[in-house]
Write a protein that binds this ligand. Structure first.
Ligand code: OGA
Ligand code: ZN
Length: 387
């Protein structure tokens, strides 16, 4: 790669253009200076920045640039010199105009093989755990079989990934019908597709739903890919899509000892315009009393989104058996259940939440240690920054 690389300094030294194998990228001099991978700029041990980037002169320039074998040597007008690894620089993340991140595979009701993992294997083997987390990332859910049929049977696998998120309901909590329900969860009602707890901040990243018994009539699980529904909405009605990305309803949960409130759009995009998260919780949504025109647009858009997320074409339905568990991405998936009648038997699920950052961190670390050749390499600070 590097032998064909060419570097050109332009805009009076304020920019650097790199051309290599048909790829061209332009870098700002200030960006290159603040990211200089050397010991004077970044701490050798942690990779964290030592210089105060905001104090660099805004008119900083590159005074000299030379390309070697996969290296780029730069001198700056503040007297600093550094050397980049060319291939790393050229593969550094850049802004994109994609609608989705590459590693997601959207699905609908035609998904015939559900992603599946084995509890014992994921517990014992890092490769099996990585495969499970790859599927969770790609599809937004995974069915796990072989979970011990004990109240906290999921805990051992959670411990392999990150801390269990504790809430006002405790750690791993019951999902079953009780006489004094504090939430519709604890009834025999069917639950329409929803994301969990949009009234929390942060919203729980992953839902772990473990089946202990499911003998009642009904009580099937339903799953919908919220990103697929959002994509369909974007295609058929860009205005409705935009409306749902721009208006933020509030969500609220109140009981005798708890008052939780937060807000956010039903479809949220990241800074690059890519789908980042969906929220949908009819139970707890409390739309602000905007002016009627705005609300009419919102209600029409929400109705269309609702029709998509409840449509047979987008819904996968399954019945969890004892010892099975679903892990679901609560920023992407809508999940629900059909109503159940206890005459047939008991239905007892247990549910826990795990945060997004710890799950993503475990995934990244496993990727870089087990399968670095298959995945983008993620250098640890020592590997990335040592001189
Ligand atoms: C819930 C929920 C799933 C189930 O209570 O929010 O999604 O299968 N329950 O009972
Ligand atoms: Zn739920």
């Amino acid at each position: 790669m590097s032998s064909s690389a060419v570097a050109a300094v332009n805009s009076q030294g304020r920019r650097l253009t790199l051309r290599s194998n048909g790829v061209e990228r332009e870098f700002a001099a200030l960006w290159l200076r603040e990211r200089a991978p050397d010991e004077a700029t970044l701490d050798k041990l942690t990779g964290q920045r030592l210089i105060e980037a905001a104090q660099l002169p805004l008119d900083l320039t590159i005074t000299q640039a030379s390309v070697g074998v996969d290296t780029l040597q730069l001198d700056f007008s503040d007297g600093h010199s550094t050397q980049f690894t060319l291939s790393e620089l050229l593969s550094d993340d850049k802004p994109t105009r994609q609608e989705l991140t590459d590693d997601l595979q959207l699905w609908d009701a035609s998904l015939d093989t559900l992603p599946e993992a084995n509890f014992g294997a994921a517990l014992e083997s890092d490769a099996a755990l990585l495969a499970m987390l790859d599927d969770l990332r790609r599809f937004g859910f995974v069915r796990v079989v072989g979970v011990p049929c004990e109240e906290d049977g999921m805990q051992a696998l959670i411990d392999r990934i990150g801390p269990l998120r504790r809430t006002n309901w405790g750690g791993i909590a019951d999902v079953k019908s009780v006489a004094q329900a504090y939430d519709l969860t604890m009834t025999q009602r069917g639950l329409e597709p929803h994301t969990d707890n949009p009234y929390r901040d942060p919203i729980p990243g992953y839902i772990w739903l473990h089946c202990l018994t499911n003998a009642a009539e009904g009580g099937d699980s339903t799953l919908t890919d919220g990103f697929m529904a959002a994509q369909r909405l974007r295609q058929e009605s860009p205005e409705a899509f935009e409306c749902l990305t721009q208006l933020s309803p509030a969500f609220r949960y109140v009981d005798a000892t708890t008052h939780l409130e937060s807000e956010g759009p039903l479809i949220e995009l990241d800074s690059h315009g890519r789908l980042a998260r969906v929220r949908y919780s009819n139970r707890t949504e409390r739309m602000t009393a905007y002016d009627p025109d705005t609300l009419e647009r919102y209600y029409a858009a929400r109705k269309r989104f609702y029709q998509l997320i409840t449509s047979d074409a987008l819904t996968v339905q399954l019945k969890l058996s004892p010892g099975e568990m679903l892990i679901m991405d609560n920023y992407r998936l809508l999940h629900g259940r059909t109503a159940f009648q206890l005459e047939g038997g008991i239905r007892h699920m247990r549910q826990g939440y795990v945060d997004r950052d710890s799950t993503a961190s475990r995934h990244q670390v496993l990727r870089s240690t087990i399968a670095p050749q298959q995945h983008a390499t993620i250098a640890t600070p020592e590997q990335g920054y040592a001189l």
